[in-house]
Design a protein around this ligand. Structure first.
Ligand code: NAP
Length: 283
């Protein structure tokens, strides 16, 4: 019987939770398949995808540092991938084509809907301007936020993102995008309805992200894309102040769910049991 082979490529890759998630789903759905993690430095990327394609892989997930590099090898990309400039899912077609998708937008949107139920979507702050920030910005535009401020360490990177979004959305853009230096963030905290960290700050092995959550409105919400640790300082401080918050674990699961669908045409379930398994892996 044919085995459905899928893998995640990246460097480093050993700490990826994706094999745990996808192998769990393959088993649950009784699909004969295998999901591996393959250590792939950027200079081995082209050779690796060619080899895996020849071996009959269904597709791949991509992580740091390959999400942008992969754009060079795509035969098809949708508007999301084009605007964001990053792909985290490759689908190999029978005709020998490589299709690039981005499921971080879906992942973010689904978990944000769990966090913010009300319809009021005025102002959001995104910390960072990398691949994850661009996926978040795309989702917030689709959700019709009125204003999004990108606070980034390197302001010109944020300006570059804004330029690309303005070009790709043309007249359809109803969201005002503003760029600023991360060091100026304090002044805007009082006005925001939603604060999102998309930088690795706060992640295991990285410096913490210092945000004065006392400045945030009590009815605002905080989304930290980091899931290792499960509770960053930002999440802990938000909890203490009684501000609604969410870490990046649900986003990771939802992006995986849509990836699985693209390869195998089945939508696996995100269950409490699976979340518990992942939380245990992280701890
Ligand atoms: P990336 O493309 O490398 O972007 C990193 C961003 O963080 C850039 O804006 C960078 O600013 C900023 N940054 C990095 N180190 C910083 C520091 N020490 N101080 C201030 N700013 C700093 O990375 P990415 O792919 O967007 O990923 C970012 C984070 O999101 C990672 O922790 C990743 O694990 C997480 N993530 C989570 C999910 C999920 O499903 N939960 C999905 C995707 C990503 P400059 O422009 O100045 O370099």
């Amino acid at each position: 019987m044919k085995i459905n082979k899928i893998a995640i490529l990246g460097y480093p890759i050993s700490h990826s939770l994706s094999p745990v998630i996808h192998n769990y789903w393959l088993k649950e759905l009784h699909i004969n398949g295998k999901y591996e993690a393959i250590k792939t430095p950027i200079n081995y990327f082209k050779k690796t995808i060619e080899k895996l394609y020849k071996k009959g892989y269904k597709g791949l997930n991509l992580t740091i540092p390959l999400k942008e590099e992969a754009l060079k090898y795509l035969n098809n990309k949708d508007k999301i991938v084009d605007t964001i400039g990053a792909t985290n899912v490759l689908v190999f077609s029978k005709q020998g084509l490589i299709e690039g998708k981005n499921t971080d937008v879906y992942g973010f949107k689904k978990s944000l809907t769990k966090l913010v139920k009300r319809k009021k979507r005025e102002m959001a702050i995104i910390i960072g301007s990398g691949g994850a920030a661009r996926a978040v910005l795309y989702a917030l535009i689709e959700m019709k936020y009125k204003e999004v401020i990108l606070f980034n360490r390197t302001r010109k990177n944020a300006e570059r993102v804004k330029k690309k979004f303005l070009k790709n959305f043309i007249s359809n853009l109803k969201t005002e995008i503003v760029c600023n230096d991360l060091k100026n963030i304090k002044k805007n905290l009082e006005q925001t309805d939603l604060l999102i960290n998309t930088t690795p700050m706060g992640m295991k092995g990285f410096p913490i992200l210092n945000i004065d959550v006392k400045k945030l409105k009590k009815n605002s919400a905080v989304f930290d894309l980091i899931y290792n640790p499960l509770e960053t300082k930002l999440i802990k401080d938000s909890k203490k102040r009684g501000i609604k918050n969410i870490n990046g674990l649900d986003m990771l699961l939802y992006q995986a769910q849509q990836s699985f669908y693209y390869w195998l045409n089945k939508t696996p379930k995100i269950t409490k049991k699976l979340k518990k398994i992942l939380e245990k892996e992280i701890k």
